[in-house]
Design a protein around this ligand. Structure first.
Ligand SMILES: Nc1ncnc2c1ncn2[C@@H]1O[C@H](COP(=O)(O)OP(=O)(O)O)[C@@H](O)[C@H]1O
Ligand SMILES: [Mg+2]
Length: 239
């Protein structure tokens, strides 16, 4: 679904040489996988996610999304690829305060001038357990509920890959667990959808099928279906 080859990313420094953040990352996200990338704050997780999803241009290396080399695509083609095939969930829910949950869920499709039926919207809200709150505005919803609306908004457009940046960052443990269940469910729906989540929350990462530990701009460890303890140990550099 997503293939990253020898990706590097540097940011210009105030003075002197550019600062390398990603220093040669290669990874593949197969269909149906829930992949987590962990690392301490500032380790480059968001930068990796943005480069992987073509929100940001890499300094060097290749990013292929659904078989398409994003380096060879123009801005318009990338925007279309993102709109038609990718979904994004961020720590902040980015809901429009004046719109109801239902209207928020329908908004991306409307903006893209794509037809979205009321049934599609209601199904997405039901999938996240918020059918009853479809006519609530964000201010009448808890943080966890707002994040679930944000996930419904993603599900409504049936993306092939969902990218999540610290999706549980602002949530309590229980709401966070619900959000993680939903993300895991997206990958396990049997529809070849993949989820890529970056997080500093090691417990959250342990919910994924595969965990990559980012350190000093490279992938330091890879864990398959780890327990939380395994993730803690890998991040601490033990074992
Ligand atoms: N647009 C930018 N310009 C300059 N430096 C940046 C930019 N974005 C991120 N960085 C730097 O890159 C490093 C990694 O940032 P980030 O990817 O946000 O880390 P994480 O998500 O793991 O906390 C940090 O040192 C950050 O200051
Ligand atoms: Mg980040």
């Amino acid at each position: 679904m997503v293939e990253v080859e020898n990706l590097t990313k540097s940011f210009p420094a105030a003075r002197g040489r550019p600062v390398p953040v990603l220093r040669g990352i290669s990874l593949q996200v197969p269909p149906g996988q829930f992949l987590a990338v962990v690392g301490p704050s500032g380790s480059g997780k968001s930068t990796l996610l943005y480069c992987m999803s073509a929100l940001e241009v890499a300094t060097s290396g290749r990013v292929r999304i659904l078989g398409r080399d994003t380096g060879g695509l123009g801005r318009g083609a990338i925007a279309k690829l993102r709109r038609d095939h990718l979904g994004f969930v961020f720590q902040s829910y980015n809901l429009i305060p004046s719109l109801t949950a239902r209207e928020n869920v329908a908004l991306p499709a409307r903006l893209a001038r794509r037809r979205i039926s009321g049934a599609d919207v209601d199904r997405a809200l039901a999938e996240v357990g918020l059918a009853e709150r479809a006519s609530y505005r964000p201010s009448a919803l808890s943080g966890g509920q707002q994040q679930r609306v944000a996930i419904a908004r993603v599900l409504a457009v049936r993306p092939d890959v969902v990218f999540a940046d610290e999706p549980t960052g602002a949530l309590d443990t229980e709401s966070g667990a619900q959000v993680l269940d939903l993300l895991a469910g997206v990958a396990r729906s049997g529809q070849d959808r993949s989820v890529v989540m970056v997080t500093h929350d090691l417990e959250a990462a342990a919910r994924a099928d595969r965990v990559l530990v980012l350190r000093d701009g490279v992938i330091h460890r890879e864990l398959i279906s780890p327990r939380a303890d395994d993730v803690f140990a890998a991040v601490a550099g033990a074992s």
